[in-house]
Ligand binder design. Structure first.
Ligand code: ZN
Length: 209
């Protein structure tokens, strides 16, 4: 620590001036100007920030903010899955996925590729009668999900579906890992997902009947 302080040296003096944010855009600093500057940097192939998750698929009407935030974190691999906890130094003995118990738990395995999870995706996507292969990552899945499928009510449900699936799988995982509860079958989770979608969409006229 002492070596570090020695290396850093004395802090520069502030000359009794007040701190301020300066920006060469007319009107001074604003979040918008900063965001536009970052986007410009990216377009000029100078990646200063990692590409953001596809926001348009995340900030979806009817989905509660808590679930939107969870999706935003999950798409950036920032939720407390076993592999992420181990990376942060949490001592965990069993690294296996609690849903299938045959592979290590990662965000993409748990939410997309696990054999248990796969049956749930297949059930709902099968209902849309479309050819579909789950994306390699949750972010890729979100990117592909922005093109709506189905007709009429099914088309309106499509954007909500991904949130309901992800949330229900995460809840089942937490029930098993945190609360030590007995596993529920895929069929029970499918019903939970249907209930969630009904709950989120029921205020809308298109959902009546
Ligand atoms: Zn699994």
């Amino acid at each position: 620590m002492l070596q570090l302080f020695e290396w850093l040296g004395s802090p520069p003096s502030l000359n009794d001036q007040e701190d301020e944010l300066k920006c060469n855009i007319a009107g001074g600093f604003s979040t918008k100007s900063c965001y536009n500057w970052l986007i410009d940097q990216q377009q000029q192939q100078q990646p200063l920030i990692p590409p953001p998750p596809p926001y348009l698929c995340i900030w979806v009407k009817f989905v509660p903010p808590k679930n939107q935030t969870f999706m935003w974190l999950a798409a950036q691999n920032a939720i407390p899955t076993t592999d992420n906890l181990v990376r942060r130094g949490v001592p965990i003995q069993n690294m296996m996925c609690s849903l299938c118990n045959s592979q290590a738990e990662t965000v993409n395995h748990l939410l997309l590729h696990c054999s248990y999870t796969h049956k749930i995706w297949n059930y709902f996507i099968g209902g849309y009668n479309v050819r579909w292969a789950n994306g390699g990552s949750l972010e890729a899945q979100l990117q592909a999900w922005k093109f709506r499928r189905g007709r009429n009510r099914g088309r309106k449900i499509w954007p909500l579906l991904i949130f309901a699936i992800i949330r229900s799988i995460w809840e089942e995982r937490n029930r098993r890992v945190m609360a030590n509860k007995s596993p529920r079958s895929e069929g029970v989770i499918i019903n939970e997902i249907k209930k969630l979608i009904f709950h989120w969409g029921k205020a809308e006229k298109w959902f009546w009947g």
